[in-house]
Ligand binder design. Structure first.
Ligand SMILES: [Zn+2]
Ligand SMILES: [Zn+2]
Length: 292
């Protein structure tokens, strides 16, 4: 079968690595068309717009030219169905003939298809060989590693009820210590010490485990300057901490929406609750000490 999506692929791109990272599955034109037809039928019931499902979310072009209209393709699909009935598709060399350079990401929230080449380009352009983010559902494949300088995270529990968690008798007190230092570029920065609070209940312990992993992945802080000419300093990253036990609003308790907000921020950094116990260690709230 003649593929209508053949463009130069940079052989320097680590194809094998990305496939492993995203657990992608290469699909044939038939598999793609059937998946789209099924999804369209399902989304009609749910009244979801699925018109653009046959396009690549990155380049916005058709995943496979003429997939939904072409008579030629329907003929080819019929041929493929015959082959499937003959079980010939199980033969690797045959399957290769029908590959159209379209892949489905392995662990998305939904069926998300891309041109293989577009994913390679996105991966390469991100400048990270650690992760890839699905542009449709934001699923993170791999690990995001930040630029936080080395430091120490410690925590312990204190007999104290945080406002909004009166039934919980203890709070987790986290201390972060990033000493003054030098970036790999030689630029000096001023360190920081910060304290943060969580209730010592089940949900607080889950957030603590994710914070600890975020610290290991160098995501809690970043080095930046406020204004040109100013010295480099340490700032919080994108994961919001409660730096006061009281006072409400952005930095203290009570805040009934804090857990859902911080879980979203952690998820945007690739840190989700379902990873605890498998990829991420469960943190014991009584005491802990991490050096990076
Ligand atoms: Zn594309
Ligand atoms: Zn996705």
């Amino acid at each position: 079968m003649e593929s209508t999506f053949v463009r130069g692929i940079d052989s320097a791109i680590p194809l094998s690595r990305l496939g492993q990272l995203t657990q992608w599955k290469e699909v044939t034109a038939l598999e793609l068309k059937l998946a789209i037809l099924c999804e369209k039928a399902a989304s009609q019931e749910k009244e979801i717009d699925s018109d653009n499902m046959s396009n690549c979310p990155i380049c916005l072009l058709e995943l496979y030219e003429g997939l939904m209209q072409s008579e030629r393709l329907d003929f080819e699909i019929q041929q493929q169905m015959i082959l499937i009935q003959l079980k010939d598709l199980e033969r690797e060399e045959f399957r290769d003939d029908f590959m159209i350079n379209v892949v489905k990401l392995g662990n998305c929230n939904g069926m998300h298809f891309f041109h293989k080449e577009c994913l390679e380009k996105q991966y390469k352009a991100s400048g990270s060989d650690h992760y890839l983010k699905c542009t449709v559902c934001s699923q993170i494949y791999g690990k995001i590693i930040g630029t936080m300088p080395s430091g120490r995270m410690t925590w312990s529990t204190l007999r104290m009820s945080l406002p909004g968690f009166e039934s919980c008798q203890k709070a987790i007190v986290i201390n972060y210590d990033i000493p003054n230092g030098k970036l790999p570029t030689g630029v000096e920065f001023i360190g920081t010490q910060k304290t943060a609070y969580l209730p010592d209940n089940k949900e607080g312990q889950v957030i603590l485990s994710l914070f600890a992993e975020a610290f290991r992945r160098r995501l809690i802080f970043k080095v930046d300057t406020y204004a040109a000419g100013q010295q480099n300093q340490i700032f919080w990253g994108t994961i919001n901490h409660k730096t006061s036990p009281i006072g409400g609003s952005q930095y203290g308790y009570p805040d009934s929406t804090y857990f859902s907000k911080v879980k979203d921020q952690l998820a945007a950094n690739g840190l989700t609750v379902d990873l605890i116990g498998t990829e991420i260690k469960q943190a014991q709230s009584q005491a802990g000490d991490i050096y990076t």
